[in-house]
Design a protein around this ligand. Structure first.
Ligand SMILES: [Zn+2]
Length: 999
């Protein structure tokens, strides 16, 4: 037989474009349009519709960047449309949807004249079904958001549109279409048939019989229909395609559990206020589609987004509540937002789950059992334990498929955390959380699925996402046609819980991945937008202090717990840990707002702490020190208030060519340029500087990644380096020296001081470089095989050598409050106040002289998506502790982040709780979430070994109960770390939550 395959495929393409797509609407008619432009920020339906609307012509521009235009649309469904079978009248709208697609361009909400939200209008969802019959009039409002397209052609071109102040004021969109149109449902169904079969055909092997059969069926269909009258002949075409569509899938088919979804970034290329509207648009889309299509299910994470809808769109929220009760609108994740997991601190990571899961329980009586983080930039090794302790049994992501170097070896596996907890984990092998259920995505799911042969089930979240949008009727049509279709994986529309149950049931043996899931990508997110990160770190520690002192004030003095304030402040902090805010990958608007919020949060918490202090200390003039750390400091007990002994600062001597700082522990020599030339540990009798090297060296690297500027550091950054060895000035201060340097664009003031805690390096930087990475270089004469970094509730070790491609890809890593390098018998800790990015490498001269070099990343200055990211003032500080073990590093980390405070009062305050083993660290002291007045103490084993400890409770109390993170008693039959009422036996890195009843 002659080969006409290519020619027939070409014919099909023209048929689809020229005939099928063009005849979806049988007829069109004009509507009347008037409009009103909101002067600035969005307003409510009631406020908008009370305005005077002016005439508007389709084809004219509307909407300055970030502006809102309300269109009032009235019309009549033509009388003649009533006679047509297989049709339905719709409003058909094109607001000028630009490139970038759903969620990345203008979008709108359609409202009924009575103020009910109907659904959204988006590039791939351009209709509103009209409930008016032939001859009947209709009226509705369209709230159109002129959200600009931020990434023009790439992910690096600087753009001013990310801030209202610089985005301009001219209209950026033109309404192309606003009409009433008669959808031909027969042609639409034929179109879905053709799309399903053509898509499948193109992913099948060229030589496969099935592929040829499908092409023949499509050719027969084209012959059977009249291209000039699809309305009249679509049914005939569908009949021709029926056998090809009814041919069933094979018995061993890959099974795709398709769950409707819409990834809505809580802020990113749009501000938080727009996310609130995005939620309303997406969720109203989902509810409208559910009302049309009984099979649709929808998985939706982030309690924050539900709370926004509850507070801003109560009527829509009630409809969501109904669908949740039906089990179709499914809360997943149980977190407040889909947060970053690299940087949120220990207690904050817990609160993501506590506030998130409690919200779902309180509002819906439903407790999600899965963790849903498809898009966060790497996954902390603490997550399995935290998730399990929050009652979760499954974990979902797919982001690791973005790795730039190594392919992750599993899709369904056990993920084991640093403590040995493990959680059932799945990566959708289609590598997307925004599927359209295309044949290509489904084929990819099967092709890449690493467990195939042993397993058949995979999850595919489908629906427009990142900027929201959600599932469409076309996607549901695709799902239906691929439910049991020869050559295609089977598609079953259900929920993540149903997928996890099926996947768990079929697995006999699963591989295990242990420790962090490092994303080999987006390594700049540990450093970009430093002020946002500093605000997060400060807020986390102020919250700890405020909760500790208020709990103490409630128990000791009968004060009233400021619940509203703590809830509100925590929620703001948790929101800003979203995976594009804390990582620094959002537009300027988002980061300016985040910084303002952090300022307000700090002010409110400082006031709360001062108020608790006044209540606790009583009226008096004696200075007392409040120590919120879990370790005693200068005579003040951990978590207590007492008079303190004075810390002793070092002696400073200057000579013609440098300075010497010295105390009992250390001798530090700096040259006239402020570089450390000697670091001598007196107690250990060893020099820490490698021969011929200097420390405290600032290095400025060229930092122009290939793409994704705020997200990425590429490894080539190291190839162009400038050492900042010159000083503008250097002078002594009490305990040390102050050094001023300049990069030409930026000025850097560093204060180096020595005291009993160690060597302090405090930076005050006025930063005006661009596309540069500033690193602090600290070499040590140490043979450290690993660098140990704090993560939530523990730490993990990463190799300092580069053997494998996995090592090579891990060239920038994250640490919380400290990093520790050691060889047996000796180590050094570097604590920080707000720095997360590090590279740590061991090198040698070849003769066995090892040098371990620790290099924190101080600042970057990417220019996309915020062209002025990181410009301006920054403060950073480090504490270098020679001769430190891991326990000392833990202590230094708390010290650097929880400075003691001095307040005047009448008396000190005994701690509410004491722990007699320094390996066991108190992370939080608070009142129970349920308002019972019980005291909740969260602690953990901090060194990675087993630890026994005695809990001392310093107040009249009832029973002590070990609970999960949600403060519920541990399930019977599970091991309790609490032995009796006051003895604790902790496993390595174990998190323990104790609930202490008040007498
Ligand atoms: Zn995202």
């Amino acid at each position: 037989m002659h080969d006409f395959v290519a020619r027939t495929e070409h014919r099909l393409t023209r048929f689809i474009n020229e005939r099928l797509r063009q005849q979806l609407y049988r007829d069109r008619a004009r509507v009347e349009v008037t409009h009103w432009e909101a002067p600035d920020e969005p307003v409510s339906f009631a406020e908008a519709t009370a305005q005077t609307f002016a005439p508007f012509e389709v084809g004219t521009p509307w909407g300055p960047p970030w502006g809102t235009v309300w269109f009032h649309v009235t019309g009549t469904v033509p009388v003649g449309w009533g006679k047509e079978a297989d049709t339905r009248p719709e409003l058909h709208v094109d607001l000028g949807f630009a490139g970038g697609g759903t969620g990345f361009t203008c979008e709108a909400n359609a409202w009924s004249a009575q103020g009910t939200l109907i659904k959204a209008l988006e590039p791939m969802n351009r209709y509103v079904t009209l409930d008016a019959g032939p001859g009947e009039s209709f009226e509705l409002f369209i709230e159109a958001a002129a959200n600009p397209v931020v990434p023009s052609f790439n992910w690096y071109q600087p753009t001013p549109v990310g801030d209202k102040a610089t985005a301009g004021t001219d209209p950026i969109y033109v309404v192309n279409t606003l009409e009433v149109a008669l959808l031909d449902t027969g042609v639409w169904e034929l179109s879905q048939d053709v799309d399903a079969l053509r898509g499948l055909m193109l992913v099948l092997p060229a030589e496969s019989t099935r592929r040829h059969q499908i092409l023949s069926a499509l050719e027969d269909m084209m012959d059977a229909v009249d291209p000039h009258d699809l309305a009249g002949t679509a049914a005939r075409g569908r009949e021709v395609l029926r056998p090809a569509l009814e041919s069933p899938a094979g018995r061993s088919s890959h099974v795709v559990h398709a769950t409707g979804h819409a990834h809505i970034d809580s802020a990113w290329l749009w501000p938080v206020r727009e996310t609130i509207r995005k939620c309303s648009r997406t969720f109203s889309n989902v509810i409208a589609l559910m009302d049309e299509d009984p099979d649709l299910t929808f998985a939706c994470s982030s309690a924050q987004q539900y709370e926004w809808v509850r507070d801003h769109y109560p009527e829509l929220f009630e409809r969501i509540r109904e669908k949740v009760a039906e089990g179709r609108f499914v809360p997943v994740g149980g977190m407040w937002v889909e947060s970053d997991t690299n940087m949120p601190g220990s207690e904050a990571m817990v609160r993501q789950f506590v506030l998130g899961t409690r919200f779902f329980i309180d509002e819906f009586g439903f407790e999600p059992k899965d963790v849903w983080l498809p898009d966060s930039f790497g996954y902390s090794g603490a997550m399995p334990q935290i998730a399990r302790a929050a009652g979760k049994d499954s974990f979902l992501t797919q982001k690791i498929s973005w790795n730039d170097t190594n392919t992750f070896p599993h899709h369904t596996f056990w993920w084991e955390g640093i403590d040995g907890s493990r959680i059932f984990t799945h990566f959708p092998p289609s590598d997307t959380y925004n599927s359209h259920l295309s044949a290509e995505e489904l084929a990819r799911s099967e092709r890449q699925f690493r467990e195939k042969g042993r397993a058949t089930h995979a999850l595919v979240p489908f629906g427009w996402g990142d900027g929201g949008g959600g599932p469409t009727r076309e996607m549901m049509a695709a799902a239906r046609r691929k439910a049991d279709l020869e050559g295609s994986p089977k598609v079953v529309v259900d929920t993540p819980a149903e997928f996890f149950a099926a996947a768990k049931a079929e697995h006999g043996h699963l591989d295990t991945w242990t420790g962090e899931m490092y994303l080999e990508y987006h390594r700049g997110t540990y450093t970009s937008q430093h002020r946002t990160k500093a605000g997060n770190r400060r807020s986390e520690h102020l919250l700890r202090e405020a909760e500790l002192w208020w709990t103490t004030a409630v128990v000791r003095e009968g004060a009233t717990w400021p619940k509203e304030q703590f809830d509100r402040l925590w929620k703001q902090v948790l929101l800003q840990q979203f995976h594009d805010i804390l990582p620094g990958s959002s537009i300027a608007w988002v980061h300016h707002e985040a910084e303002q919020h952090y300022g307000a949060i700090a002010a409110e918490l400082e006031e709360l702490i001062a108020e608790a202090g006044r209540i606790l200390l009583g009226a008096g003039e004696t200075p007392f020190v409040l120590n919120a750390r879990p370790f005693a400091d200068h005579g003040v007990p951990a978590l207590g208030v007492a008079a303190a002994t004075e810390p002793r600062i070092a002696e400073v001597a200057s000579s013609g060519d440098g300075f010497t700082l010295s105390n009992e522990a250390l001798l530090v020599e700096l040259d006239a340029n402020g570089l450390v030339t000697r670091l001598f540990d007196r107690r250990a009798g060893r020099d820490l500087l490698p021969p011929g090297q200097v420390s405290n060296l600032l290095q400025l690297h060229r930092d122009i990644p290939n793409e994704w500027d705020a997200w990425d550091i590429n490894s080539h950054y190291k190839q162009v380096t400038r050492d900042l060895t010159e000083v503008v000035s250097i002078a002594t201060v009490p305990g040390g020296v102050v050094i001023e340097r300049s990069t030409g664009a930026s000025s850097i003031t560093e204060t180096v001081t020595l005291d009993e805690a160690g060597l302090h390096l405090d930076f005050d930087i006025d930063w005006h470089d661009r596309q540069k990475l500033l690193k602090l270089t600290l070499p040590f004469a140490l043979h450290a095989r690993e660098a140990t970094s704090e993560i939530q509730f523990g730490h993990l070790a990463r190799p300092t050598s580069v053997n494998t491609s996995w090592d090579a890809a891990r060239f920038e890593t994250v640490a919380h409050r400290w990093l520790h390098v050691s060889e047996p018998g000796y180590g050094v800790a570097l604590a920080n106040s707000c720095t997360y990015g590090y590279d740590t490498l061991r090198t040698t001269d070849g003769d066995g002289n090892s040098v371990t070099t620790v290099r924190p990343s101080l600042l970057r200055a990417p220019m996309f998506p915020d062209p002025d990211a990181d410009q301006g003032h920054h403060q950073l500080s480090f504490l270098l502790v020679p001769g430190a073990e891991v326990g000392d590093a833990v202590e230094a980390g708390y010290a650097e982040n929880l400075p003691t405070r001095v307040l005047a009062g009448a008396h000190g305050v005994d701690p509410l709780v004491t722990i007699d083993n320094p390996a066991v660290v108190v992370e939080a002291v608070k009142l129970a979430e349920d308002g019972s007045g019980d005291v909740v103490v969260r602690l953990y084993e901090s060194r990675g070994g087993r630890a026994a400890a005695v809990l001392g409770v310093g107040f009249e109390h009832g029973p002590v109960v070990a609970t999960d993170l949600l403060e519920r008693p541990l399930a019977t039959g599970t091991r309790s770390p609490l032995v009796g009422q006051d003895r604790l036996e902790l496993r390595p890195f174990e998190i323990v939550t104790l609930r202490i009843g008040r007498a």
